[in-house]
Ligand binder design. Structure first.
Ligand code: SF4
Ligand code: SF4
Length: 285
């Protein structure tokens, strides 16, 4: 078994066995079986992101420089994963019309804390294999950015890294539609180890979204209680204001969380747990 296979096995084991992935009361999990993908650190997409997203978006090499060392390690691979949200949590959110369910809010807060632990474990595993590693989302230098062109953004987008690693494509509501759907959390770690990149099995960056590829859908539009989605796209400011201010202010104390999310546009829609075909069928890759 090579490093790539051992790492995939370790991520799956961590998701399956770690107690922090157990939901309130120990019943069921936040996340099911993960998908893992690998992007070459020198993939031209990462340089392109500095134009598409903004110059503030850092390359894998800039992140790995934080690992220190003289000479500084050269980035080899971006390890990416998708943690699909379990069906019980998705079902609870499908029923919601205005606010996320308690289970969804817990997944956003406590499930993401588990995901932070997974990032640390992946970095540790890569050290054990003789590599250097940095999880950008755990780095003190990771920052949110308000850019005059793209609006709310950050110095590292795990969605864009996962796209580069062949894990999914973008959507009308600004999510990433993966073979396990759009309801998930993502994770990434940059390493100097050179691991074989995953194929990118799509011709267009929005191929998995029905509306984006010219088919009938738009199911996420009426699901949004903040009217943040139209056929023209997703209003990030409106969405963030609703999720981080209105929802948190209304439900945060009741649910016992410090961050809530919303995710109504990711549940009760054809792309919730798969790549939709538009005919009720399913594509897996
Ligand atoms: S619900 Fe339809 S339009 Fe919205 S993201 Fe999913 S596939 Fe695209
Ligand atoms: S997360 Fe909620 S507020 Fe944001 S676009 Fe989706 S449904 Fe609307």
């Amino acid at each position: 078994m090579d490093t790539r296979e051992r790492l995939c096995e370790e991520i799956a084991r961590f998701v399956q066995q770690h107690p922090d992935n157990l939901r309130e009361g120990g019943e069921g999990r936040y996340f099911g079986e993960p998908l893992v993908g690998f992007a070459a650190a020198d993939d031209p997409l990462f340089a392109a992101y500095q134009t598409i997203i903004g110059a503030f978006h850092r390359t894998p090499g800039e992140w790995l420089a934080e690992a220190g060392g003289d000479p500084a390690p050269r980035a080899g691979t971006v390890v990416c994963w998708v943690l699909p949200i379990t069906v019980e949590v998705r079902q609870s959110n499908r029923r919601q019309k205005e606010f996320p369910s308690r289970q969804w809010a817990h997944t956003r807060d406590f499930g993401e804390k588990f995901n932070r632990g997974l990032r640390a474990r992946v970095a540790e595993f890569l050290f054990e294999q003789g590599g250097r590693a940095v999880a950008p989302m755990l780095a003190a230098s990771w920052q949110r950015v308000v850019d005059p062109v793209v609006g709310l953004a950050s110095t590292w987008s795990e969605r864009h890294a996962a796209y580069a690693a062949g894990l999914g494509t973008f959507s009308l509501n600004d999510g990433l539609i993966t073979p396990r759907g759009i309801a998930h959390r993502l994770g990434t770690v940059v390493t100097d180890l050179v691991l074989e990149p995953s194929p990118r099995p799509y011709a267009d960056y929005r191929e998995n979204c029905l509306t984006c590829r010219g088919e009938e859908c738009g199911a996420c539009i009426p699901r949004c209680p903040a009217a943040a989605i139209t056929l023209a796209g997703h209003d990030k400011d409106r969405c963030q204001q609703y999720t981080y201010e209105t929802v948190l202010g209304t439900k945060g104390e009741e649910y016992g969380v410090s961050i809530t999310g919303c995710g109504l546009c990711q549940t009760g829609v054809p792309c919730e747990s798969r790549i939709p075909t538009g005919t009720g069928g399913q594509r897996t890759r």
